[in-house]
Structure formats: C-alpha cells, structure tokens
Design a protein around this ligand. Structure first.
Ligand code: ATP
Length: 209
C-alpha cells in the first residue's frame, strides 16, 4: 500500500535526513513518532506528494508517485490521499457542503451530495452542512476537517499532530474518530505525533531517530 525505499532528504547544505525503509499494508493503522526536528513534517510532505525527496522512491497503491507529472500527481493526491492538519484548513467564504464539494471537484471526481451528507452524518455534524466555518465550534471544525480528508475515500489517510492542542478527553475522541473513519472508508491511517498519550491506541509504530 505504502512503500518507502531508500528515501533520504537533504535541505540545502544541511545533513541528510535518512528514512528507514517502510512497508505499510492496506488498512493498517500506524503511528509516526519522533522528537521535534527529527523529520516528521518532512516525511509527511514526502508521503503526501508535496516534497520530492533527494533520493529514493515512494510507492502508494502501486504508483511511484514522484514519477508522475505535476498535474497527474495533484489528481493522484486528491483521489488517494486525505490529510488532516493540526488546525482546520477550510475556506471561510464557503459553507461546509461547498468546502466538501470543492474537495471532490479538485480531485476530478463527480460531485456527490449524498456522500457528503453520509460523511458529515457519520461525524455527527450533518446539522452544520449549510453553515460557514466561522459558525462552528473548534471540535465541530475538527470533525469537518476529518470529513474533508475522507470525502473521496482515500486509500491513505494522514493526520499531522491532530491531538497536540487538545485535552485528554478530546484527544481520545479525535483518535477514536480517526480510527473509526479509516475503517469505514477502507483507508490506511498514519498519525504523526510527539504526543505520548496517543501511543496505546496503535500497534504499529514507525519511529524517527
Ligand atoms: N525548508 C527547510 N529548509 C531547511 N531546513 C529545513 C526545512 N524544513 C525543515 N528543515 C530542517 O529539517 C529537520 C527536520 O525538520 P521537520 O520539520 O521535518 O521536523 P519535525 O520532526 O516535523 O519537527 P517538529 O515536531 O518540531 O515539527 C530540522 O533540522 C529542520 O531544521
């Protein structure tokens, strides 16, 4: 499902960050751990097609992603990779439904309002579908961010520090949502964090040294 082969990255003249080979199988749930500065964000950018590593190969769903042209890579990302950022990235001038329609459209997929309702409902925010992001609470916004990440049933769902600003109760709630949504959508889940509270929920760990 996801394979990292002899991947390493060097920023300018800094020393090379070397990533151990990694094989992630379909529907597995992984934690990506590492201290600050160890390269988590770099690896997430490499995995999501944003940063071409200086060397090595990244294969997602049998596609070696950095061999795709820019346009194909953009479309591949929209269709196969869902990303949940630490803070919600929604477009303020669009309603929740319009934000999700945009995610379908950017991936080159047909617009599907039934799917949007179904996903919002599974995250308990369907009542907000006509609202604007500024009208939602932080917790609701985070659930909508998860909805946007899973709307196209991505094979790979990636969350970057989803719990670092949350208290224990909300940390558990968000983790459970991520685990449930990855199962519902048949997605492989990778959660990057330095939040040790998250460790117990996962059996697979990739640790950056
Ligand atoms: N654009 C860049 N140009 C130069 N160096 C960079 C750049 N981005 C990151 N680095 C360096 O690469 C190393 C890894 O950074 P990265 O952001 O991947 O770490 P991280 O594990 O995500 O850290 P944190 O948990 O603090 O966000 C660090 O030494 C950082 O200074």
């Amino acid at each position: 499902m996801v394979t990292l082969k002899t991947v390493a990255h060097r920023y300018n003249n800094l020393s090379e960050i070397i990533f151990e080979n990694w094989q992630v199988d379909k529907t597995q749930q992984w934690l990506l751990l590492g201290e600050s500065g160890s390269g988590k964000t770099t690896l997430l950018h490499i995995l999501t097609g944003i940063l071409k590593p200086s060397r090595g190969e990244v294969i997602i769903n049998e596609t070696s992603i950095y061999q795709l042209g820019a346009k194909k890579l953009d479309q591949f990302r929209g269709q196969h990779i869902g990303i949940i950022f630490q803070r919600p990235h929604l477009i303020k001038s669009l309603t929740i439904t319009e934000n999700l329609l945009l995610a379908q459209s950017l991936a080159g997929l047909p617009l599907n309002r039934t799917r949007i309702h179904e996903v919002l409902d599974s995250l308990d925010v369907a009542s907000k579908k006509k609202a604007y992001p500024s009208e939602l609470s932080q917790g609701q916004l985070q659930r909508v961010s998860i909805a946007r990440a899973v709307i196209n049933k991505p094979s790979l769902l990636i969350a970057d520090e989803p719990t670092s600003s949350l208290d224990d109760k909300n940390t558990n709630a968000v983790l459970n949502l991520l685990l449930k949504q990855s199962e519902l959508n048949g997605s492989t889940l990778i959660v990057a964090t330095h939040d040790k509270r998250v460790k117990d929920a996962f059996t697979n760990t990739y640790e950056l040294k």
